[in-house]
Design a protein around this ligand. Structure first.
Ligand code: HEM
Length: 220
């Protein structure tokens, strides 16, 4: 019965071909450092799923943001778990993406023909940091408020365009309800859309070009 269903779907969707192209690829001799790109992708999915659950109760307004998080932590079933995974997963993702970048850098995987994979990776790293920056404000507690005040202040020290960047980030001269909704929207829509699309392109490049592997002393 299940077999028949699979054959039916396979004939129409090409599942076996998809499996062969995406997962059953030839890879050179690799090690555990090569698993960190996939780990980053899985962490992104974990963050997306737990984040979706958090938005069921989270309210992005100065009057309710803090209380809604307290409610998630104390009153929602498993709310503490979902928020805990999202909170620690965020730090873990930054660390794993960073180590993944170091591995591709030290093994020179950014060289021809993988420059574009590296380029999409750079934007992925910046976007992942952006997720951390925008997410940090959302609990709307003292720490979040002042950290974002300082963070946006630092962006403001850029020559010439500094004041413009601050007003775009804050939506005014100071942190306000506008800043909170702005950060929320960037955190749940803009950056995840960018990251999702870029992961697709990044992995397409990896499949198309194959894994670079550990450089060979003889070849150098
Ligand atoms: C959300 C972030 C990221 C995800 C999900 C991701 C995912 C992946 C995956 C699954 C691979 C295949 C094998 C491996 O793990 O090494 C890969 C390879 C690669 N990644 Fe990333 N990556 C991310 C960020 C980055 C960053 C920040 C850089 C560098 C700036 C980067 C540069 C590369 C390069 C150059 C390769 C090719 C490696 C090779 O061919 O040996 N990636 N990435």
């Amino acid at each position: 019965m299940l077999n028949n269903l699979f054959t039916w779907l396979d004939e129409r969707l090409g599942l076996t071909t998809m499996y062969e192209v995406i997962l059953d690829r030839k890879v050179p001799k690799v090690n555990w450092w090569f698993t960190l790109g996939s780990a980053s992708a899985i962490l992104f999915i974990l963050q997306a799923v737990t984040g979706m659950f958090l938005t069921i109760y989270y309210v992005p307004s100065p009057d309710h943001a803090y209380d809604s998080i307290q409610y998630i932590m104390n009153d929602v079933s498993f709310g503490w778990l979902i928020r805990g995974i999202h909170h620690w997963g965020a730090s873990l993702m930054v660390i794993i993406v960073f180590i993944h970048m170091l591995r591709t850098f030290f093994l020179a995987a950014y060289k021809y023909p993988r420059e574009f994979t590296w380029l999409t990776g750079v934007i992925l790293l910046i976007s992942t940091l952006g997720m951390g920056f925008t997410g940090y404000l959302l609990p709307w507690n003292q720490r979040a408020y002042w950290a974002t005040t300082v963070g946006t202040e630092i962006a403001g020290t850029a020559p010439l365009i500094g004041p413009f960047i601050v007003s775009v980030l804050r939506g005014g001269p100071e942190l306000s309800a506008v800043t909170l909704t702005r950060f929320f929207s960037v955190h749940i829509w803009f950056l995840p859309a960018i990251i999702g699309a870029l992961i697709g392109i990044h992995i397409y490049m990896v499949i198309k070009l194959g894994i670079a592997g550990v450089p060979d002393k003889e070849e150098a």
